[in-house]
Design a protein around this ligand. Structure first.
Ligand SMILES: *Cc1c(COP(=O)(O)O)cnc(C)c1O
Length: 368
C-alpha cells in the first residue's frame, strides 16, 4: 500500500519523546551499560529509520531488528552503528550480512556448524540461549559446549555476544524470571564472562530487574513510551508516548431519530444526531473492534458509531462541526489524552500490537 498523503489521516511521531525515553533509561542503567534500540517491525510501526536516528542521538550505541531486510533498510539510510538481527537468518544470507557489517544471531547448533564450514570473511555473532522462552536458541548443555568450541576456534567468527530473552519479566510475579536467570547463569558459566556483550534485558527486564547480568539493554517498547506490562507494573520514570494517530472530519450530517449507520446497521440514532465521517478504517489498522471507542474532538470524547469500514468510520458529535475539524484517535487533544494502552485494552490486546498493525497507508510524520 502506498502512503496516502492526500488524505488527512496520519501517524505523528514525536522524536523528542523517543529521545526522552532513551536518555532517561540510559541515565538509570549507568555508563558502563550500553543500550541498543529495538526498531524491528518498522520501529513498532513508528518508522525504523527515524526512530533509530533519534535513539542514537539520545545515546543508543546500536540497533536491533528481527530480520536481515530490516537491518539492510537501516544501512541504506546510512546508519553506521552496530545492528544485531535478533532471530534466525538462513545461512545462505551470511555473505549479505557480512557485506553490510550486520551482526547475526546463532540460534541453533546446526547453523553454527554450517557457518563454520562456509564463512570466509570475518563475521560478528551473538549466540542465543533459550532459558525458557521456548522460541529460538540453545537449551542443551552439551550443545552449548560444542557451540562454544566451534565459535571460539574459528578465527573468522567474532563471537561477541551471548544473550537470552525473558518470557515473563513484565509481571509482579518474578518466579519465572528467577528460573530463567538461573538457567542463563549456567550458560554463562560455560561460555565465560569475557564476551564483549552479555545481554538479557528487554524493556521489562531493564525497567524492573536492573538489567541483570547484562552490559547491554535491548530497549524496545518502552522507548516508544509504552509500558511493557500494560498497567500491571509501574514504570520507574515517565514514559512519553511517541505516537499520535490523527485525522480530520471529511463529512458531517444530521440524522433523524431512528436512522441507521454503517454496514450491518448496528447503530441506530436515539434522537436527532450529528454524525461525522472520518477517512480511516481497518485497512489502516483501526480494526473493527474499535467500534464504540471514544476519539478526541475539540478536547472532548466522541464515540465511533456503527461498524468500522475498510477506509472510513463514523463518529457521533455533540454538535455540528465543520469538515476539516481535527480528530485525535491516540494522543493529546488539549488536556485530554488517549493512550495507546487505552486502545489496547479496548480491543483486548497489548499496546505493542496497536502500533505495529498501523499500516503503510498512514503517512508517518515526524516532530523533531
Ligand atoms: C522484541 C525483542 C526485544 C524488545 O522487547 P521489548 O519488550 O519491546 O523491550 C528484545 N529482545 C528480543 C530478543 C526481542 O525479540
Amino acid at each position: 500500500m502506498v502512503p496516502s498523503f492526500c488524505r488527512p489521516s496520519r501517524v505523528v511521531v514525536d522524536l523528542e519523546a523517543i529521545r526522552h525515553n532513551v536518555s532517561e533509561e540510559k541515565k538509570r542503567i549507568g555508563i558502563e551499560k550500553e543500550l541498543f534500540a529495538v526498531v524491528k517491525a518498522n520501529g513498532y510501526g513508528h518508522g525504523a529509520v527515524q526512530v533509530a536516528k533519534a535513539a542514537i542521538e539520545a545515546g543508543a550505541t546500536g540497533l536491533a531488528v528481527s530480520n536481515l531486510d530490516e537491518a539492510l533498510e537501516l544501512r541504506r539510510a546510512n546508519i553506521v552503528e552496530p545492528i544485531l538481527v535478533l532471530s534466525y537468518v538462513s545461512i545462505e544470507f551470511v555473505p549479505l550480512a557480512i557485506a553490510n557489517d550486520i551482526t547475526l544471531t546463532a540460534t541453533n547448533l546446526d547453523w553454527i556448524k554450517d557457518l563454520n564450514n562456509i564463512v570466509n570473511q570475518p563475521i560478528k555473532i551473538h549466540l542465543k540461549i533459550d532459558s525458557g522462552m521456548g522460541r529460538v536458541g540453545l537449551n542443551d548443555i552439551d550443545e552449548m559446549k560444542e557451540a562454544n568450541q566451534i565459535l571460539k576456534s574459528n578465527s573468522l567468527i567474532n563471537f561477541e555476544g551471548l544473550f537470552t530473552h525473558f518470557a515473563k519479566a513484565d509481571s509482579l510475579d518474578t518466579s519465572y524470571v528467577v528460573l530463567q536467570q538461573e538457567r542463563f547463569t549456567k550458560a554463562i558459566d560455560i561460555f565465560g564472562r569475557d564476551i564483549k556483550y552479555i545481554h538479557a534485558s528487554n524493556s521489562a527486564l531493564a525497567l524492573w530487574h536492573d538489567a541483570w547480568e547484562s552490559n547491554l539493554v535491548r530497549f524496545g517498547v518502552a522507548m516508544y513510551g509504552m509500558n511493557p506490562s500494560g498497567t500491571e507494573v509501574k514504570e520507574p520514570f515517565i514514559l512519553k508516548q511517541a505516537l499520535t494517530l490523527e485525522t480530520e472530519i471529511t463529512h458531517v450530517k444530521q440524522l433523524e431519530q431512528g436512522e441507521k449507520v454503517g454496514y450491518g446497521i448496528t447503530y441506530e440514532t436515539s434522537e436527532k444526531e450529528w454524525i461525522a465521517t472520518l477517512p480511516i478504517g481497518y485497512a489502516d489498522g483501526l480494526v473493527r473492534k474499535y467500534q464504540g471507542f471514544e476519539v478526541l474532538v475539540n478536547g472532548k470524547k466522541m464515540p465511533i458509531v456503527g461498524r468500522i469500514c475498510m477506509d472510513q468510520c463514523m463518529i457521533k458529535l455533540d454538535e455540528k462541526l465543520p469538515v476539516g475539524t481535527k480528530v485525535t484517535i491516540f494522543g493529546y487533544d488539549g488536556e485530554q489524552f488517549n493512550s495507546i494502552q487505552s486502545g489496547a485494552e479496548y480491543v483486548e490486546t497489548i499496546n505493542y500490537e496497536v502500533t505495529c498493525i498501523l499500516t503503510d497507508r498512514l503517512p508517518r510524520v515526524y516532530l523533531r
